[in-house]
Write a protein of this length. Sequence first.
Length: 70
Amino acid sequence: MAEPVQCCSRNFVEVDPAELPLACPLPREKSWNGHPRVFLKIEETGEARCPYCGTLYVLRGGPMVRGNTH
């Protein structure tokens, strides 16, 4: 089995809602081109894990609450 790609400097990253949509690796990372850019859905659960490098992203403030659209 292949070893996970190590591109991100931490295994846990807190993301501000202003940084959405979320893509890994983040542009601010030292190794921003460590693997193909992948968009992650974090809004509904408040966390997401990159399938390439395993970095866990946690949304500051928790899941985003959707307004009632009915």
